[in-house]
Design a protein around this ligand. Structure first.
Ligand code: SF4
Length: 462
């Protein structure tokens, strides 16, 4: 059994616990600026088009929900009006057409992810029309990962049949917590029966993988309620689990002010909830811990990929099928195309205006330099595979690893003495203990991390 990340000696936690990025991208989003706009985005698409033989992956953001869950930090539009959804789809179709026109040689698709919001806020007819629009431009490869996020209380059997019929093979449920009172305190009404019923239909229809998202640090959570949730999770046995820490940032999401703060778990209890989850999932559940905050059953291809050091990560999550370019559509969508990151406007009206004006709705981005790409490669390998071979880095950088990163090599010596890493002649390995401190290792290679700005801008590394 691997050591769960949450089990680490207190002295190491005290030494290494600091604020730091989660590295879903490098350079991280705060580095991106509005100096990257229309012209840069079109240039990135055209550059990506030169890789004609390689498939792309597509993300579509569908922001609609019927009601607002109080803890939620997603970009969400609350509406029950169908015309609002129809107008959004019409603009999405324009955005897809315009983007495809800029990369006419890239016609194959190896990954598709619909996130939100609640993608199953769309009717079966709307789901089908959006899917056909994507198929109009891209040929979906036979082994493509087609995944979608669903909210069980608003997801019908008919919608699931439609999704499976279109070829969706992976599905992710927002569960958060299964205790009735916790659900009520966070403004949700999802019962265990609804989660279980939706899971049963997904299994019957042949979705190859089901993921549950859980959140710890929510109001009303106690050791007992969390055990109830984990008992149910272990009984239902989803193929994958993501366990996130609740981030209370009411200055960014004003609805979080309505969270009952007097019912929040104390920090010690919050940490214990994570420890309990990791212990039970990796112990009696037989799950493997994947990268960061994620778990998968041992037979899952993600768990096998960790052992074989061929796990990758992108904005859609972990994958074993990396694409060279990821194109995002819809409000607040992130893309990684032609060595550049770009993000669309987060406000629906700004995104609407840009699309109506015949523009790409790019709000900000970043063109990666060679130095960025070398550091990105290192950080990705450390975060995903906990192993870094120098051959790959040197092939990209054109210089010896230890010459390029002499300072980091020295800093890694101290981490080696603490039992966190192993410095080989041609590789850097992360030890079982070091898995808790992956972000600390990555931060050594982050060229944009001004010391004084780290505290307060990012979450804790441990
Ligand atoms: S259903 Fe999901 S996306 Fe919508 S408000 Fe609730 S948590 Fe957020």
């Amino acid at each position: 059994m691997t050591l769960p990340q949450s089990e680490a000696p207190a002295e190491l936690v005290a030494k290494y616990d600091r604020s730091g990025p989660r590295y879903t991208s490098y350079p991280t989003a705060p580095v991106w600026t509005d100096a990257f706009g229309q012209a840069e985005w079109v240039a990135a698409l055209r550059q990506a088009d030169e890789r004609a033989d390689q498939p792309i992956a597509v993300y579509v953001h569908l922001p609609f929900c019927q009601r607002r869950c109080l803890f939620c930090a997603c970009n969400v539009v609350i509406t029950k009006r169908e015309d609002v959804v129809e107008e959004y789809l019409a603009r999405l179709f324009l955005e897809i057409d315009r983007t495809a026109a800029e990369m006419p040689k890239r016609r194959r698709l190896s990954g598709l992810h619909w996130g939100g919001g609640t993608p199953t806020h769309l009717t079966s007819d709307q789901i089908t029309r959006l899917f056909r629009k994507i198929e109009q431009h891209w040929t979906i490869l036979p082994d493509a990962e087609l995944s979608i996020e669903v909210h069980p209380p608003v997801t019908s059997r008919e919608q699931l049949e439609t999704l499976r019929g279109l070829g969706f093979n992976r599905i992710s449920f927002g569960v958060q917590d299964m205790d009735g009172e916790v659900q009520e305190l966070i403004g949700r009404d999802q019962t265990v029966d609804q989660t279980e019923g939706t899971l049963a239909v997904c299994r019957e229809l042949g979705f190859s993988s089901v993921n549950f998202d859980l959140v710890y640090g929510l109001p009303g959570q106690t050791a007992a309620t969390w055990d109830f949730t984990l008992d149910n999770v272990l009984r239902l046995r989803p193929d994958r689990l993501a366990i996130y820490s609740y981030a209370h940032v009411p200055w960014l999401h004003s609805h979080q002010k309505r969270m009952p703060m007097e019912r929040m778990p104390e920090p010690e209890l919050k940490l214990e909830l994570l420890r309990t989850a990791a212990r039970r999932l990796c112990g009696e559940g037989g799950y493997a811990e994947i990268g960061f905050d994620h778990f998968a059953v041992k037979e899952d291809e993600l768990a096998r990929a960790v052992d074989e050091k061929r796990l990758y990560r992108n904005f859609m999550g972990y994958t074993v099928r990396p694409a060279s370019d990821y194109v995002g559509f819809g409000v607040t969508a992130i893309s990684e195309v032609g060595s550049a990151f770009a993000q669309t406007h987060g406000k629906l009206n700004r995104w609407n205006e840009a699309v109506d004006d015949g523009e790409f709705a790019v709000a900000r981005g970043h063109q990666l330099s060679l130095d960025d790409r070398v550091r990105k490669l290192i950080i990705e390998r450390v975060m995903c595979n906990q192993w870094l071979g120098f051959d790959e880095v040197e092939a990209l950088a054109g210089r010896p690893f230890q010459e390029l990163f002499a300072g980091q090599w020295q800093a890694l010596a101290e981490m080696e003495a603490d039992g966190l890493v192993e410095r080989g002649p041609r590789h850097l390995g992360i030890t079982e203990m070091g898995r808790l401190f992956l972000r600390n290792v990555c931060m050594l290679f982050d060229a944009y991390l001004p010391e004084e700005e780290v505290e307060g801008r990012f979450s804790r590394t441990v």
